[in-house]
Structure formats: C-alpha cells, structure tokens
Write a new protein. Structure first.
Lengths: 156, 172
C-alpha cells in the first residue's frame, strides 16, 4: 500500500521549501526575497522550485488558508451508522448536497463521516433533517466546541 | 478601518470579501504573488498585504502558505483518534496532545451517549498504519488515567472530496 517508489524525489531546495512554506510566508509584496537570501539562492530558484513541486503534484495549493467560522460560515462534522447493504445508496443521498464537502467511509459502527459547511445560519440543521427524512437514519451532529490546533504540517 | 458591511464577527468590508473571493483558488507562484490580485481589484500590493495581515490577526486567515499533497509525500495512512476524557482535565491535556508531531487537527466535540462517548478528536498521520497506531499509544501514555476510553477510526474510502466554498458573498 505504501509504495516509496511512487513518492517523487525532491531536490534539497524543494525539500526545504515544502518544510518552510507550510508554516506560512511573511505577508509582504515580495515574500520570497528574504527567504531566498536565507537559503543562499536567488528568488528565481525559489520560484522554479515551486513550479517544479507543482508539476510533481506535491504542491497542491499556495495561498491564504481561511477559517470558515470567522467568515460567518458554519462547519460541522457529522457521523452516521449506515447498514452495509445501504451504504452506496445513502452515500449518494449525502453527497448530493453541495454543503457536503468531504465524505469518508470509516471502520466503525458509525461508518460514514462527512463535513457539512454553509454560510447560511441554520442551513446545516436543515440539511441534516433532510438527510434523516430521506434515509431514515439519524445523523449525529458533532460541531467543534473548541479548537486546539490546526497544523497540517508534514515534514519531508 | 473601512465601514463594516457584513454582520459576521470579523467585520469584513466589501473589499475584503472581493479579496477572499479572488484568492480562494490560490495565488500565482511568482516573485510578487499579490501583484495580479492587486491589479484586478484596483488597489496596491501594499494594501492587499495590509488587508491580509489584518485578517490574519483577526483569525479570518490562518496564514498564507503552501499546502502539500501529503499522499505524495508518503503520508498515506491517517486515523481519526477519538478520546473520552474527563471534561475538567481537557483544558490541560488537549493542548499537549495537539502539540505532538503527527497530529494535524485537534478538536473538542459533543458526545452522543450512549452511541458515542468521545469528546476529543485528534487526526493522526503517518507513513503506514503501524506508525499511526504508535502515535496513538504515545497519546495514551501522555493522557494517563484521565482518559476513560479511546478508539481509532481508519478511513477506508473517500466518498466525496471537494473544496470548501468559503465565500460569504450572498446576493450582492
């Protein structure tokens, strides 16, 4: 399952950029200038490496990471126990809502886990009520009550 | 600052919203990543930066960063570890769990008794399942007797994965 051969090889600069830039850039018009200086390379080298990382499929996105809740939106994690025989059918119902961004099958009695988000207050409850009416299964709503860390840092 | 047009707590102006809208898909990989968006919105790069910096302080923007495809980096195993921890002990313990390497998201969520006794979620990432299970053991040792029960849920299939649509823009 874990096939090291499928992991693209990285140059030393690419590796450093992946590790450093996950923490964020300085928000200035030329954010890579000081970075290049500290790495003893040119800004061109940095940009070329970033493009190479993109081509290798490693750089998925570069840009601002927003906090949905502070944008006035609501996000919640929802779990459902779905009988195996109905898994695909129920999955289709859940996935049919544009408010459902992610949906994962997991090994547990509660075997379907999805994320619902909306900028409209009260919309999440409405979507969940609708899913329950259509499937006869009760979604367990688990909105976050406290956030301790959102890091998503992967060392390479 | 400019007048607040949004009812959300972060007081976003129409220009902030335009900036969010224009950069949701990401910034160009260039020496001046804010140049294009500044030109498109008719403001200076300095103003773009000042707005992002303010939104960062307010928590609307977490940071401006590179997001890697962690599967391509070899982090192919992920497990959602879940914990039933004494509510009173949570403020002290949860930040310690969150600070461990390999933990990405760490949230307190409501229990749904009797089906779901867990109140703390910590997403664990590793190069294989063994590595993820080892991380969970590390957390068990850290939490000690304050933890009444725990479990780990491995994902078996991605049923849907699309980007969040974060814009607050309604019928403007």
């Amino acid at each position: 399952m874990n096939n090291p051969a499928s992991i693209p090889s990285l140059t030393e600069l690419e590796r450093t950029l992946v590790n450093r830039l996950q923490h964020g850039i300085d928000i200035t018009p030329r954010p890579f200038d000081t970075l290049a200086e500290s790495l003893n390379c040119t800004v061109r080298d940095v940009i070329e490496s970033l493009n190479s990382l993109k081509e290798k499929g490693i750089l998925m996105r570069f840009g601002p990471l927003f906090n949905a809740v502070h944008l006035g939106g609501e996000v919640s994690l929802v779990a459902m126990a779905v009988p195996e025989a109905r898994f695909d059918e129920v999955g289709e119902v859940v996935n049919s809502y544009p408010e459902v961004a992610h949906n994962y099958a997991r090994e547990h009695t509660l075997n379907m886990w999805f994320v619902v988000s909306s900028a409209k207050p009260g919309r999440i409850e409405a979507v969940l009520a609708d899913i329950e009416a259509r499937t006869g299964l009760r979604p367990l709503n688990m909105p976050k009550e406290e956030e301790y860390y959102v890091g998503l840092y992967f060392e390479v | 600052m400019s007048a607040c047009t949004s009812k959300s707590d972060a007081s976003l102006s129409a220009m902030d919203e335009a900036l969010i809208q224009a950069t949701q898909a990401g910034l160009p990989l260039s020496e001046r990543p804010f140049e294009a968006v500044a030109r498109a919105l008719g403001i200076t790069e300095d103003e773009v930066c000042a707005r992002f910096e303010r939104m960062r302080r307010e928590g609307v923007v977490r940071r401006i960063a590179l997001v890697p495809n962690h599967y391509k980096l070899g982090y192919v195993a992920n497990g959602m570890s879940v914990w039933d921890i004494d509510d009173a002990a949570l403020p002290e313990i949860a930040p310690k769990i969150a600070a461990l390497p390999g933990v990405s998201h760490c949230y307190k969520r409501p229990r749904h008794l009797p089906d779901w006794p867990y109140n703390l979620f910590a997403m664990l990432h590793g190069r294989d399942r063994e590595a993820v299970l080892a991380q969970k053991q590390e957390i068990e040792a850290l939490v000690g007797p304050a933890c009444r029960a725990s479990d780990i849920l491995f994902s078996t299939r991605i049923l849907k994965k699309t980007g969040f649509r974060l814009s607050t823009k309604g019928g403007a």
